[in-house]
Design a protein around this ligand. Structure first.
Ligand code: B16
Ligand code: MG
Length: 215
């Protein structure tokens, strides 16, 4: 039986991908590296350092420069997310979180972002989580299952009793590798390996999800 839900943040509960894009774009412009919205899609769910390396397209820099570039991008990102408010929670997300808690099940965040706590505070949904696993929680990133296993451990639940909700291919793979039920948010080409695929959380109801996952 299902006793907990672990939610990815960017792309599932809110669309911070747009702000990540604008911040990376600004950095890329400063470096004279072409970077499009389409290329940004490849950074979905990918941690900061790996994202930078993808953006650099094989250009190499000393470690100290890489650190400075990551800090610079994060500074731009922090400027953008200052504008986040409860209106930026994606349709259906808050309602589903509330429904899960009202049913007596547990909720956790499972995000690769080091800014995850700040984002959920600004969205006004921080108090809807029993636990937070973020970019500081584990070393091995998605598609390794570590982040979700950490979140499940914080909830005191085995993976087999938890559902992971993810929008990124690497996140779906991470959840499958950990032995979780997986709900994929987005196109079949990206999250088709999940047990259930939905376009968004807009119509998602707890009873339907559980029924479809356990059938
Ligand atoms: P930060 P998620 C991910 O969030 C984003 O999708 C990805 O674009 C970003 O690079 C990553 O977090 C790290 O974010 O730079 O804030 O630590 O989808 O795992 O919630
Ligand atoms: Mg995501």
């Amino acid at each position: 039986t299902i006793q907990g839900f672990i939610f990815d943040l960017d792309g599932v509960l809110t669309d911070t991908a747009e702000y990540h894009y604008r911040a990376w774009k600004r950095l890329a412009d400063e470096l004279g590296i072409p970077f499009t919205r389409e290329e940004n899609e490849a950074l979905r769910g990918i941690p900061r350092r790996e994202s930078l390396l993808l953006l650099l397209k094989g250009r190499t820099y000393p470690e100290a420069v890489l650190s400075e570039l990551m800090d610079r991008k994060n500074g731009y990102y922090l400027e953008f997310i200052r504008e986040l408010s409860p209106r930026d929670v994606l349709p259906g997300a808050r309602e589903l979180l509330q429904e899960i808690r009202a049913a007596g099940l547990k909720t956790a965040l499972g995000s690769a972002s080091k800014n995850a706590r700040e984002v959920i505070e600004r969205l006004g949904i921080a108090e809807l989580f029993d636990a937070v696993a973020d970019g500081y929680s584990v070393t091995r990133q998605k598609p390794a299952p570590d982040l979700f296993l950490h979140a499940a451990a914080l909830l005191n639940l085995p993976p087999s009793a938890c559902v992971v909700v993810e929008d990124a291919e690497a996140g779906v793979e991470a959840a499958l590798a950990g032995g979780f039920y997986v709900v994929g948010i987005g196109p079949q080409e990206r999250v088709g390996r999940a047990h259930i695929v939905l376009p968004s959380l807009a119509e998602a109801r707890l009873s339907d999800l559980c029924q479809q996952l356990l059938h």
